[in-house]
Design a protein around this ligand. Structure first.
Ligand code: FAD
Length: 315
């Protein structure tokens, strides 16, 4: 079987999980696509998971209330062994990349990190990943049992296919973790998270200042219910938090619409958003590289165009 460890937050399946299901379907590997849901009070998540998977294994336990690398690695390993999984897919989030190598070691499996495409080459699982500042796309492959992490935003979210999968409760023998989470401060935001957003408005250095970023980028995003992204230039300048950075050293996104305001379109930025369904760029330089990937472009000054767009979208 193909085992996918589901990601979820606040009682909802994360988009990253649907992306991993697509990765599994495209991998060409045989066997049922099985989603493993780890957590506490996860019945609603399991029902959502069943819509896209052949089967769902649910471990609903108090010890799984909070993510912990040792516990997640032990749980995933145990289920992979019991189900004789040949492929284990884990999200390429910070936590996924923390516990996935542990799973590979425990299973004595090959480990492929940060896949942006999956396919089969005979018995081998083939993955593509970026290297050399995303200027090179490398193809790697491994035979037999493989643990693979999938770069978030690299696959389209899976739609339900056929009847809902069966759900099964599973028993786990879990270790007492050596590392304990002793505090958590959650940033409050009413805005949709970048990796979950269908529409993203991103601001680059061309918006001119942090004040303009708030006025134009956040203003337009809020008027259309979009997420907010930023280029590295803007993050490095301290205008915006790193969590909003899109690109090779930030987040990879694949929204239905990506609106780039004053963004030049450097290769490191494009590697994080180039697969967006529709790219709309506003830039005063007609030669800016962003126009090479844009589906729609406006050559002009954000100071003039964005206020008019916000006005129009509010009407
Ligand atoms: P600029 O390149 O300065 O572009 C600003 C644009 O705004 C220009 O095209 C200009 O014509 C336009 N403009 C100016 N004024 C206006 C106006 N009034 N109206 C309309 N348009 C206007 N970058 C990322 O974004 N994400 C990453 O993850 C990332 N990782 C990197 C990793 C490495 C190892 C390296 C070396 C670089 C990385 N970079 C990354 C940086 C990247 O190379 C670029 O420097 C950066 O993306 C440029 O950001 P920008 O488009 O905001 O700024």
């Amino acid at each position: 079987m193909i085992l996918i460890v589901a990601e979820h937050t606040a009682g909802k399946l994360a988009k990253a999980t649907l992306e991993m299901v697509t990765a599994a379907r495209e991998s060409g590997r045989e066997g049922p696509i099985t989603l493993l849901v780890l957590g506490q009070n996860v019945a609603a998540v399991a029902t959502e998971a069943a819509a896209v998977a052949d089967q769902v294994l649910v471990a609903d336990l108090p010890q799984l209330a909070t993510y912990n690398a040792e516990v997640w690695a032990a749980a995933t390993t145990q289920i992979a062994q019991e189900g004789e999984a040949h492929t284990v897919i884990i999200g390429g989030s910070r936590s996924g990349r923390e516990y996935a190598p542990r799973v590979a070691v425990k299973l004595d499996a090959a480990y492929l990190e940060d896949a942006t495409r999956l396919s089969s080459n005979g018995a081998a699982l083939q993955a593509q990943r970026y290297t050399y500042l995303a200027r090179v796309t490398e193809t790697v492959e491994a035979d037999g049992l493989v643990v693979v992490t999938v770069k978030p935003g690299s696959f389209a979210p899976a739609a339900p296919a056929g009847a809902a999968g069966e759900q099964y409760d599973v028993d786990l023998t879990l270790p007492a973790p050596r590392v304990q989470v002793t505090g958590k401060s959650v940033e409050k935001s009413s805005r949709v998270a970048l990796t979950e957003a269908d529409v993203i408005v991103t601001g680059g250095r061309g918006v001119g200042s942090p004040e303009n970023f708030a006025k134009y980028v956040e203003g337009l995003a809020d008027s259309i219910g979009a997420g907010v992204g930023a280029t590295r230039a803007v993050v490095d300048a301290g205008w915006r938090p790193y969590a909003e950075q899109v690109g090779q050293t930030g987040k990879t996104v694949q929204p239905k619409a990506y609106i780039a305001l004053g963004v030049s379109g450097a290769v490191q930025h494009l590697s994080g958003m180039g697969k967006s369904k529709n790219i709309i760029a506003i830039n005063k330089d007609a030669e800016a590289p962003i126009f090479k990937v844009a589906d729609y472009g406006i050559v002009g000054d954000v100071n003039e165009i964005v206020p008019a767009l916000i006005e129009a979208s509010r009407k």
